[in-house]
Design a protein. Sequence first.
Length: 58
Amino acid sequence: MNNELHSQNKSTQFSLRLPDSMRKELEEKAGMDFISLNSAIVMRLAKCLREEKGHAAQ
């Protein structure tokens, strides 16, 4: 993963509303990976964006 995703000096605070069930699922996955909820969300968004970029290049 690109390290600039986790650089504090390039981060912007963003409020996100999630359905309770989705938040709970993300919290469980974050706990299993020993990472914060924020990190779990960022990692999943980054993966999705990379996959979409890969499909667009085809």
